[in-house]
Design a protein around this ligand. Structure first.
Ligand SMILES: Cc1cc2nc3c(=O)[nH]c(=O)nc-3n(C[C@H](O)[C@H](O)[C@H](O)COP(=O)(O)OP(=O)(O)OC[C@H]3O[C@@H](n4cnc5c(N)ncnc54)[C@H](O)[C@@H]3O)c2cc1C
Length: 404
């Protein structure tokens, strides 16, 4: 049975629906997969059901990422930069990105763009509701939840992961931040240069930096960001943003206004987040380990996985045997970096400084994108002081996170 006629997404039909593909959750990963599916002519006969509880009508986040390739969401890129800056005490560099661009997409623009594209396609049905249970059956998947029941050949699950932390075995950090979008009365920002990491402030035995997206000489998003285990009281981030605006940029308190705020905490962990949940279910997004453990970046990894899944489904009708393409050595690098961040957070600044001082930015981006060759991996590893890594290799071999 094809999906029922397109319904208002606010409907909650208590009935059973069938489709070829069921996507659970319509955030970054669910909508990305749906969009990639909608663009593949070889899958033009497939029906897709997407179940999402929220209206997705708020700008709840902003995605930034680097890319050297054109991608399906160029039309909604709000800003892009061709230069980034790295700064730490004693080392500052403005870096030309060459073939790369650093881009920003607003969450609301993304939700609206994809949902409008899907609404125009009768093969896609968007239901408003939760999925509480998703299970494999001999021939596919079955979902139960507030939207009734649904069956499909394959299920793609992007619900937040259910992680029960095991700190004796794994590392649990957060990339947490508070950001202020500010307007200034005088020119204060260089709109050509994205401030990627400014580590010049005190580290307090952690990794703490300022991150700036300048939209114009008088408007920018300024974030105080940490890689650490515990979020701070909000006022502590704000003190650091004020310090940056007034002491680094030299603004008087009367010369700037906060026009918007954002805050977030992205898990950075080596806790296993399996990419499959049985024969017919793929875990997507954060649930499937797409947030890179050592950086928190996920948007481009989500796009890469969507493209990979759609290519296999179009070519073979089946899921790919390997649904992520992850390579084990990069898991190891991530775990080592998390171990160092946890054990000696202040060392993170030195590691990033050495990376940026001793490698072309293309190599750093390819390394973080997990596309470097073994030779380039060796060059990257040779560019950083080996001591902290050797100690963390010991912890990894013993199967226990290092302690401070
Ligand atoms: C504030 C913030 C800023 C970020 N910035 C960046 C960035 O700049 N660059 C970058 O690369 N990454 C960034 N990330 C990390 C990552 O890209 C995002 O978290 C991304 O949204 C992850 O996609 P996702 O689909 O896994 O999760 P989400 O986008 O959160 O989507 C999950 C969806 O599942 C739905 N859901 C929940 N429960 C159920 C249920 N029971 N049934 C059905 N659906 C359900 C939710 O409503 C939600 O819509 C950021 C994360 C945050 C939180």
């Amino acid at each position: 049975m094809p999906p029922s006629p397109k319904s208002d997404p606010s409907d909650l039909p208590a009935k059973s629906v069938q489709a070829d593909y069921l996507i659970v959750g319509g955030g970054a990963a669910g909508l990305s997969l749906a969009y990639h599916l909608s663009q593949e002519p070889r899958l033009a006969d497939k029906t897709v059901l997407l179940i999402e509880p929220e209206a997705k009508d708020q700008n709840d986040r902003t995605w930034s990422f680097w890319t050297a390739e054109p991608h399906p969401f160029e039309a909604i890129v709000a800003h892009e930069w061709h230069q980034i800056a790295f700064r730490s005490p004693g080392f500052e560099r403005v870096i030309d990105l060459g073939p790369y661009r650093y881009q920003m997409i607003r969450g609301l623009d993304f939700y609206t763009f994809v949902r409008q594209a899907l609404a125009a396609n009768p093969r896609f049905t968007l239901l408003r509701g939760t999925v509480d249970e998703l299970t494999n059956t001999p021939t596919g998947v079955q979902a139960r939840g507030s939207a009734g029941t649904a069956t499909a050949r394959y299920g793609f699950d992007s619900r937040p992961p259910d992680v029960v932390p095991n700190p004796a075995k794994h590392r649990y950090l957060l990339q947490h931040f508070v950001g202020w979008e500010v307007e200034t009365d005088t020119d204060a920002f260089d709109p050509a240069v994205q401030e990627f990491m400014d580590f010049r402030g005190p580290q307090h035995h952690e990794a703490r930096f300022i991150y700036v997206l300048p939209f114009g000489p008088r408007r920018a998003l300024v974030e105080y960001t940490l890689f650490s285990e515990t979020p701070l009281p909000k006022a502590e981030y704000e003190v650091q943003i004020v310090d940056y605006l007034e002491n680094t940029l030299g603004l008087e308190p009367t010369q700037y206004r906060v026009v918007a705020e954002e805050a977030g905490a992205i898990p950075m962990t080596d806790h296993p987040l399996p990419a499959r949940a049985g024969a017919h279910i793929v875990n997507l997004g954060t649930r499937g380990g797409r947030a890179k453990p050592s950086t928190g970046y996920a948007f481009r990894r989500i796009q890469a996985q969507s493209a990979r899944l759609v290519a296999a489904l179009a070519a073979t009708g089946q899921l790919p045997a390997d649904v992520t393409g992850d390579r084990w050595q990069f898991h190891l690098f991530d775990t080592l970096l998390l171990d160092i961040m946890r054990r000696r957070g202040e060392t993170t600044r030195d590691i990033f400084q050495q990376l940026f001082a001793r490698n072309p930015v293309e190599r750093i981006f390819r390394f973080l994108d997990e596309t470097t060759s073994w030779a380039d991996n060796l060059r990257v590893m040779n560019s950083v002081s080996p001591g902290p890594f050797l100690r963390s290799i010991g912890h990894v071999l013993r199967g226990r996170p290092g302690q401070r």
